[in-house]
Design a binder for this molecule. Structure first.
Ligand code: GLU
Length: 264
């Protein structure tokens, strides 16, 4: 009888000890901070554009542009070397996905802050302001979005312009493209009468090709920011990225970069 009593007591004590231990373990468990992971890995992984002059594009196989220089500034701060970056190509339609499946640490890709995107990812402070514009053939008599009624208009899949134009002119026949190159080729081939996207991105085409022009009106204010995952392990990185943006403003880097890439 006495033996049975002690077996029961010991069993209860063991259950309690395991339960407390498990709870402590859970409480002590912290996801590895992303900054630590980046430092031990030795390089940043940044999602960037490769078809968006002058923000992110390829020159002799190398990633260059305004967004690329921002990534380099951050890499210099975190890893003491601006070149410790692996660039991953993103498009407006896959950049949130690639961030959330952890293929990249952050996205620096002409990405506008929107409330819908804020539900899925975190945004840094804004580092640039653009506006939605319309690019048409120089011979075109289209003067504004209102003239696009029932016409074929090119947008980038997943871009803010795609959503905005559906709201502003629901009767537009929207044709989606994955890259600016594809949209531009379609405009040149007469498959679409206009492309609508950010002025700073479309301006490049108007400057380098006299057969297309950018209409003067802007329809939105697009605040570009760096996308970071919403999870606990990325909180430190978000702080560091915000600090870097503040430093870029204060030390004049942002102004210099705008001048370098002819963005002002
Ligand atoms: N800034 C716009 C957006 O975030 C479009 C630019 C882009 O092609 O990334 O949707």
């Amino acid at each position: 009888m006495k033996e049975k009593f002690w077996i029961i007591v010991i069993s209860i004590v063991l259950v309690i000890v395991y339960a407390v231990d498990y709870k402590l373990d859970k409480a002590n468990y912290k996801e590895e901070d992303l900054i630590k992971t980046i430092k031990s890995r030795g390089y940043l992984i940044v999602g960037v554009k490769t078809d968006t002059r002058p923000f992110g594009y390829l020159e002799n196989g190398k990633n260059v542009g305004f967004d690329i220089d921002i990534a380099k500034y951050i890499a210099k701060d975190i890893l003491h070397n601006p070149n410790k970056i692996k660039f991953v190509q993103v498009t407006p339609s896959n950049r949130l996905y690639l961030l959330n499946v952890q293929d990249v640490d952050m996205v620096i890709a002409t990405m506008t802050i929107t409330p819908e995107r804020r539900n899925i990812i975190s945004f840094s402070k804004p580092y640039f302001v653009a506006g939605q514009a319309v690019l048409v053939s120089s011979r075109s008599n289209i003067k504004s979005l209102a003239d696009l009624d029932n016409k074929n208009v090119g947008v980038l899949y997943g871009s803010t312009a795609e959503k905005n134009i559906r709201l502003i002119i629901p009767s537009v026949n929207i044709i989606g493209y994955k890259t600016y190159h594809d949209a531009y080729s379609a405009l040149k081939a007469g498959k679409i009468v206009a492309i609508t996207s950010d002025d700073t991105i479309l301006r490049h085409y108007a400057l380098s090709d006299s057969s297309v022009k950018l209409l003067p009106k802007r329809y939105t204010r697009e605040l570009y920011a760096i996308g970071i995952r919403k999870n606990q392990e990325s909180k430190g990185l978000l702080k560091v990225v915000n600090m870097n943006i503040t430093n870029m403003v204060n030390d004049g880097t942002l102004t210099k970069l705008k001048r370098k890439w002819k963005l002002n």
